[in-house]
Ligand binder design. Structure first.
Ligand SMILES: Cc1cc2nc3c(=O)[nH]c(=O)nc-3n(C[C@H](O)[C@H](O)[C@H](O)COP(=O)(O)OP(=O)(O)OC[C@H]3O[C@@H](n4cnc5c(N)ncnc54)[C@H](O)[C@@H]3O)c2cc1C
Length: 329
């Protein structure tokens, strides 16, 4: 809850979370190192990460397999003596360029039941065989460093077995533990972005004249957008805070429905508000002279990462239908 509230304020600026060193994917990596890391892993990786001396990335999604089905992937980590040998192809490993280490999701036991097949392993990015293929151009921007999404190949990457996070086969469980609070952070950041876009929309509507003395904000269409945006942002914030409260009071597992509800709802509220703000600004809204185009470009991905809208809607609906006697798998 505390970080949720801070996250909204930080979200108003694209640099907010970075300035306070609580940006994705580092914040999530800090959380899982804190919860599942050994004392040695904490000293070696968590302390410098929290201090802001190094950055990190999280390498789970693969181009050839659906990220929406996290138990189906091809990257393997084979134990040989005291080492794991990792081979695989990942992409959208955000902020990999310049990171000191990646937390890699890899199959350690292909014969185990699906949710116990994979493990998470810390791979320093200077390990021989860690190949940064490229930063993937997204919506016309390739980005660098922390503002990029990388394609990575792991080619016979050897790391000591002590780099295993948690126990072998717990990769899926750790990913779930990471994503619950992570979605609260993201959603509150989305609300900060929505508030900033809302401010820009209202100030432009109050300032821009369609004819001398005839303000844009006098048009009912614009007033509707302002009122609808205000209602949607207020509703979204309360939903996120309720989900945050449920995580704190009952744990991530019991907040599963609330977490999925906010993830798709708030991402769409943010996109609606940004879209209306762009429309109010006219050509200026499309230009890079305001923050709106950056928000729009980056915001679109929010309906895909950390679970696509459709996946979260299915999670919610299945749980509701279960209460009506319909069990779906
Ligand atoms: C900006 C950005 C940053 C990212 N950062 C990271 C990162 O740091 N590390 C990392 O490992 N990954 C990262 N990802 C990847 C992200 O986690 C995946 O994109 C996401 O899990 C979806 O997987 P996919 O892209 O393979 O789409 P797929 O799983 O192939 O799904 C494609 C589409 O199919 C639909 N769909 C999927 N499942 C269902 C369903 N059950 N019912 C109905 N429709 C469905 C959805 O519309 C979905 O968008 C990032 C992605 C983006 C866009």
């Amino acid at each position: 809850m505390e970080h949720a509230l801070v996250s909204e304020e930080l979200g108003r600026s694209p640099f907010g979370h970075f300035v306070f060193n609580c940006q994705a994917p580092d914040a999530g990596n800090m959380e899982i190192l804190m919860e599942f890391g050994t004392a040695k892993q904490k000293t070696q990786w968590l302390t410098p990460l929290v201090r802001g001396d190094i950055r990190s990335c999280f390498s789970m999604t693969e181009p050839e397999y659906p990220g929406s089905n996290p138990v189906w992937m091809a990257t393997t980590a084979v134990r040989q003596g005291n080492e794991y040998i990792i081979n695989g192809h990942k992409w959208f490993t955000s902020a990999a360029e310049g990171s000191a280490f990646a937390i890699v999701m890899a199959v350690t036991d292909p014969k185990a039941e699906p949710h116990r097949r994979a493990s998470q392993i810390i791979v320093p990015t200077n390990t021989p065989g860690f190949k940064h293929v490229r930063n993937i151009p997204c919506m016309g921007h390739t980005g660098t460093d922390w503002a990029s999404h990388a394609e990575i190949r792991y080619e016979n990457c050897r790391v000591p077995c002590e780099n295993l996070l948690g126990e072998e086969g717990s990769g899926f469980a750790i990913a779930q533990a990471r994503l619950g609070p992570g979605r609260i952070h993201h959603c509150m950041r989305f609300i900060g972005i929505s508030e900033r876009a809302f401010d820009l929309m209202c100030s432009h509507a109050a300032r821009r004249e369609l004819a001398p003395g005839d303000k844009l904000g006098s048009r009912q269409t614009v007033q509707n957008w302002i009122a609808e945006s205000r209602a949607e942002i207020n509703a979204a914030r309360l939903m996120v805070l309720q989900a945050g409260w449920t995580i704190d009071a009952k744990g991530t597992k019991d907040a599963r429905e609330e977490i999925s509800l906010i993830k798709f709802y708030v991402a769409n509220v943010m996109m609606n508000v940004i879209d209306r703000a762009i429309q109010v600004h006219g050509a200026l809204g499309i230009s890079d002279d305001t923050l709106l185009s950056l928000f729009y470009r980056n915001g679109r991905a929010a309906r895909i990462y950390d679970g696509a809208d459709e996946v979260h809607k299915t999670v919610v609906a299945k749980r509701i239908l279960r209460r009506y006697g319909l069990e779906l798998h």
